[in-house]
Design a protein around this ligand. Structure first.
Ligand SMILES: [Zn+2]
Length: 59
């Protein structure tokens, strides 16, 4: 069976890898304390997730 040598060109692969971290939605603003927090994770600053306190954080 004939197979393509590579799916993407080397240039496209390196461009993709260099931009990968920029495109990942890593940090969002916490709606509770308005600091930067990890997306889809409990906020480390206030312990809130999805509008309620799930983790007790020492003040
Ligand atoms: Zn927070």
């Amino acid at each position: 069976m004939a197979n393509p040598k590579r799916k993407w060109s080397k240039a496209r692969t390196s461009r993709h890898r260099s931009l990968w971290k920029l495109s990942v939605p890593g940090l969002v603003d916490c709606p509770q304390c308005h600091t930067k927090k990890m997306a889809h994770k409990v906020c480390k600053a206030c312990g809130y997730y999805a509008g309620r306190e799930v983790v007790k954080v020492a003040q």
